[in-house]
Write a protein that binds this ligand. Structure first.
Ligand SMILES: [Zn+2]
Length: 345
């Protein structure tokens, strides 16, 4: 048979983008072969036998890894990959997460404590929350280690054992808005974390979203520090950035989303719209609660919405309310003075 160049079947199939989906308990990793290179999206989480299971499934070794963000379930096997000679890329603003546990420094811990004290929580509540935070901070250090045996599965049941996070320094730090890496387009989408990334395969309209876009749920923002620590603003304002990133993705036509958790889905634009309107509805509830109390601290506003649950669920509720307040403040709809929020003019 005559060689007809691009229509030669072997060449043709080799240059068609392909994706291999590997499920590792609660997490997904994807091997994207764009034809111009291959990347693995996320390193996989480090629970017992996860590494071996992933190696057994992968159809080929990736040239590089893009960790969508620095959380341990998405970047936990980064050290293993780099020892195996595969570089891990991560958003520059997340690059300290694999080596410095949350609240690792005294400054970071005291920033959180100051936040709790200024939140407007009653003294007894603040004391309990701070005690819980200190216990958690000393506990979590053990996760950032490869010397420990795997602990028992946590209550969430997301992974068969507890996760570890062996410290490592990502070989490649991405600080540009966009970058081409091993044939894939990497786009900075700050919000879920400061250095959050997504990967796009434009030829196919594929979005590898990490935790930026998940099927059936709108992630809630976390209270998280800005690293390196900034004198004027110790917190990274998660939700305003998250919304900007959603709006950026809404301008790109996607045919399929491959999320960090759950099943891939096709109704990408609709899911982005649902996320944005859920966030907007939460914002309206916060506006109504402010109107109710006139003005108030984040705790007082949260109490207006969750009068019974707030004491027990401080870390579930306060970050959501704080995120919405940050967003409303950025939009000019609320003003804040000394930790007290009121309706803007
Ligand atoms: Zn996640």
């Amino acid at each position: 048979m005559a060689n007809r160049g691009y229509s030669n079947e072997a060449v043709y199939t080799r240059t068609m983008p392909s994706v291999q989906h590997i499920r590792l308990a609660y997490n997904n990793v994807y091997l994207l072969d764009s034809g111009a290179g291959s990347v693995l999206i996320d390193t996989g989480p480090d629970y017992r036998d996860a590494w071996e299971a992933m190696q057994a499934e992968l159809v080929s070794a990736p040239e590089a890894i893009v960790a969508t963000h620095g959380h341990y379930d998405h970047a936990g096997l980064g050290a293993r990959w780099q020892r195996a000679g595969v570089p891990v890329a991560m958003g520059a603003a997340d690059a300290s997460l694999p080596s410095e546990p949350p609240l690792a420094s005294a400054a970071e811990l005291s920033d959180f404590e100051a936040y709790i004290e200024a939140s407007g929580a009653p003294e007894s509540v603040a004391r309990d929350v701070i005690a819980g935070l200190r216990a958690w901070a000393s506990d979590v250090r053990r996760v950032w280690s490869a010397d420990q045996p795997y602990g028992e599965a946590t209550r969430s049941g997301h992974w068969p054992t507890a996760l570890r996070y062996e410290p490592f320094a990502p070989a490649h730090r991405i600080s540009a808005r966009e970058e081409q890496l091993a044939g894939a387009r990497v786009i900075a989408c700050p919000g879920h974390t400061p250095g959050n990334l997504v990967v796009v395969c434009e030829a196919e309209g594929w979005l590898f979203s990490g935790d930026q876009l998940l099927p059936g749920l709108t992630p809630t923002p976390a209270i998280q520090p800005a690293r390196p620590r900034c004198e004027h603003e110790w917190r990274f304002r998660s939700l305003p950035a998250f919304v900007e990133s959603l709006k950026l993705l809404a301008r790109i036509p996607f045919s399929r989303c491959y999320p960090g958790h759950g099943e891939p889905f096709d109704n990408v634009a609709e899911t982005i719209r649902t996320n944005l309107s859920t966030i907007e509805e939460r914002g309206e509830r916060v506006m109504a609660a402010i109107a109710e109390v006139g003005e108030g601290t984040v705790y007082a506003i949260a109490e207006g919405i969750y009068p019974r649950a707030l004491q027990r669920r401080f870390w579930q509720i306060i970050p959501t309310i704080q995120g919405n307040l940050d967003l409303l403040e950025a939009e000019g709809r609320v003003v804040v003075d000394g930790g007290v929020y009121g309706v803007g003019r």
